[in-house]
Design a protein around this ligand. Sequence first.
Ligand code: HEC
Ligand code: HEC
Ligand code: HEC
Ligand code: HEC
Length: 184
Amino acid sequence: MLVLLNPAPVPVDRSVAVRSTVAVVQPILRGVPLRRLLRDWVHLLRPAVVLLAAVGAFLLIRSAVIPKAFGQLGHYRPGALDLIRSHPISYAGQETCALCHDSEAATRAAGKHAHVACETCHGPLASHAQDPSIKPKLPEVANLCRRCHEQDAAKPKKFPQVVTTEHSGGMPCNSCHQPHNPKP
Ligand code: HEC
Ligand code: HEC
Ligand code: HEC
Ligand code: HEC
């Protein structure tokens, strides 16, 4: 308080913020009437009007754009549920695959690919699972295995990885590895 009333010699490099705060606070503390301080208030009027108009426009557009039901069940639009439900299902899930392909499921469960889901390699096959007469295309081995096993310094050292071109000698991966249980 005392310091503000009797300010020390002004340092040269005060920031603008400090200087403008002092410019307002000092006269008030010295007892200069507020009315005189704010005599130029008219200057504030126009920015204030612009600000109010902007806030008003924001509220208006917001109420026009947000659907009526928004927030009824949570922070989302309830109609989105029906929209999502109407999408066709792409993945059947591996429990479904195993119902008909128990031998492939058993082979896979015995090897290191036990935790790689069928459709990770085979792609989404819900349509085939529903109607087996829709015959799926077999995965393209040349690209499939590389996608996970190409050597890369960013992968954990423990993960099995090879420089595929050197390792395979140009032969397809499945000439030595059975995809469902890849132990060579
Ligand atoms: C309702 C039984 C059924 C379900 C469920 C099913 N399949 Fe099949 N799948 C078949 C039959 C039957 C064939 C044999 C078709 C043929 O040989 O003409 C087949 C063939 C295949 C083939 C071989 C195609 C080929 O060219 O030899 C693949 C791959 C396959 N299914 C993958 C899957 C995957 C992955 C799933 C799970 C998403 C799955 N299937 C779910 C019945 C099923
Ligand atoms: C690591 C990738 C991978 C996984 C996981 C995988 N498959 Fe396969 N699957 C293949 C490849 C690659 C082929 C084609 C083999 C070939 O062309 O010799 C294949 C072939 C098949 C075939 C055709 C018959 C055959 O043996 O060639 C069936 C059926 C099949 N897979 C079903 C399944 C089912 C069911 C699962 C899950 C239990 C599964 N696969 C998991 C990669 C995979
Ligand atoms: C989606 C990723 C993925 C794809 C695609 C994939 N693998 Fe694997 N592979 C794995 C995982 C995960 C493991 C187990 C790693 C572990 O246990 O540390 C594995 C393990 C292996 C192993 C080590 C087996 C052992 O007993 O030590 C071989 C070999 C292998 N894969 C070959 C293949 C071949 C060949 C293909 C292509 C047909 C293929 N993988 C496709 C994820 C994949
Ligand atoms: C000529 C046979 C042959 C072919 C082709 C082949 N591999 Fe192998 N692979 C092996 C043998 C043998 C081993 C085990 C000895 C070793 O680690 O080199 C092995 C091991 C692996 C391993 C485990 C490496 C580790 O560190 O545990 C992976 C992953 C692998 N192969 C992926 C592939 C992929 C992907 C392809 C296709 C690009 C492929 N292999 C083609 C014979 C083959």
